[in-house]
Design a protein around this ligand. Structure first.
Ligand code: F6R
Length: 264
């Protein structure tokens, strides 16, 4: 795992976008693992700008989102399908047929996870998985005690997550209490993981995720087991990390980061 600390959220987002853009340019048929949530909104704006101004080409990309609320169909404004179409897919030249989320409206609740896993396998696996982190330390909707080997499945949401996300619903009571989510094991199978974390309210959980012991109580700690994970955060989210100087030294000295050092 590497941890890159940028001075503010805008530069953490810009670095994440630059790495993704470089990866898409190097491999136009990249399979992207995508996330939703407030943190990602400005990232998707940044990618849309790159598409418009620099010709960043999504035409051959495929995507698989981490999760979807159970009971919401794609035309529901609170569904993650709606979010993705709104913030990214409808604003770039990705082929919608190549964009995938679990089907929140399916009647086959037990079969959906297996179907989704098969679709990921058929696409050759996820090349780069983008993640945020929730207040419970969840990645996707892998709430505390999710098996570190779990696969895509339905999951009950933790009360803290319901509290975190229900204000986004017109009527907070309407927020579904269950979701489909890729498992921790599914996420660990991806070629590279980028976790983007901004804001002081994430400082405590980020310190536990990066520097604490690996535990199913905090699913993001499983990323310590992944051979190619980079955490990109701002100073506020990094505040409680104890080894900040070391992480900064790596960014300032390792050749792989040279081209990104002067990025705004
Ligand atoms: C969303 C997802 C979640 C979020 C996390 C952070 O697809 O998988 O794990 O990344 O809840 O959400 P925000 O960015 O709203 O703080």
């Amino acid at each position: 795992m590497e941890v890159i600390i940028r001075k503010d959220a805008a530069s953490a987002i810009n670095l994440t976008a630059e790495i993704l853009a470089d990866a898409i340019t190097a491999k136009p048929d990249l399979v992207l693992g995508l996330a939703t949530g407030r943190t990602m909104e400005n990232l998707y704006d940044n990618l849309v700008e790159r598409h418009k101004n620099e010709g960043l080409d999504f035409s051959l990309c495929k995507s698989f989102n981490l999760d979807e609320y159970i009971g919401l169909s794609g035309d529901n404004e609170n569904s993650y399908r709606y979010y993705m179409n709104h913030f990214l897919f409808n604003r770039v030249n990705i082929d919608l047929r190549n964009t995938h989320l679990p089907d929140g409206a399916t009647e086959d609740l037990d079969g959906e996870g297996e179907r989704y896993e098969q679709a990921i396998a058929d696409a050759g696996g996820v090349d780069i998985q983008l993640l945020g982190i929730g207040r419970t330390g969840h990645i996707g909707f892998n709430e505390p005690l999710s098996s570190l080997m779990s696969r895509t499945r339905q999951k009950a949401l933790a009360p803290v997550t319901i509290e975190q996300n229900s204000p986004l619903f017109d009527n907070p009571e309407d927020m579904p209490k269950r979701a489909f989510t890729m498992g921790v094991g599914t996420i660990l199978d991806s070629g590279k993981v980028i976790m983007l974390v901004t804001g002081k309210e994430k400082a405590e959980i980020l310190a536990k995720a990066v520097e604490g012991p690996v535990t199913a109580m905090i699913s993001a700690t499983a990323l310590q087991l992944h051979p190619n994970t980079v955490v990109i955060c701002d100073e506020e989210a990094a505040e409680l990390l104890t080894e900040k100087d070391y992480y900064k030294w790596i960014f300032d000295n390792e050749p792989e980061w040279e081209k990104y050092r002067n990025l705004k």
